[in-house]
Design a protein around this ligand. Structure first.
Ligand code: FES
Length: 152
């Protein structure tokens, strides 16, 4: 869990590094599993940056997570072939069902939702990958069945 005290120590330990923001962000993510919102002002103060600057860097680099990863990762394809097979409708269903948006984790920590641009499964659009398993022609009902069996 988040601890401002530990975050401050992690930040201090990387203070001497050149371009310290990136090493600090990596170290924080390693410690906490994500970049907590509360780390932003600590970093800004330490490096004499605005909060917006720090936010900008965190969102620029896709490897930085804004919330702790869930036990399972769901990647939903947003690229063209899937779009043409109503990926948006599926995504709408997933958002409602899991009550999360992209880059977020469900309240029970079970699933993280990530967008992806082509899973190489275009012939079987819309495509979804759950952990390492690829699923094609995913309807809302199939999506529910897949997540249920992932948790079983
Ligand atoms: Fe979705 Fe290729 S466009 S798998």
């Amino acid at each position: 869990p988040w601890s401002a005290e530990r975050a401050t120590a992690v930040i201090a330990a990387n203070r001497h590094l050149r371009g310290a923001l990136l090493p600090m962000l990596h170290a924080l993510q390693e410690e906490f599993g994500c970049i907590d919102e509360e780390a932003i002002p600590l970093l800004a103060r330490e490096l004499n940056l605005s909060r917006a600057d720090v936010h900008g860097v965190v969102s620029f680099y896709h490897e930085f997570r804004r919330s702790r990863p869930g036990r399972h990762t769901i990647k939903v394809c947003r690229a063209e072939a899937c779009q043409s097979m109503n990926a948006d409708g599926l995504i709408e269903h997933i958002r409602r069902r899991l009550k999360v948006d992209f880059h977020e984790t469900t309240a029970d920590d079970a699933f993280s939702l990530e967008p992806v641009f082509c899973l190489g499964n275009c012939a079987l659009a819309p495509a979804v990958m759950v952990n390492e398993t690829l699923h094609g022609r995913v309807s809302p009902a199939r999506f529910d069945a897949i997540t249920a069996s992932t948790l079983a």
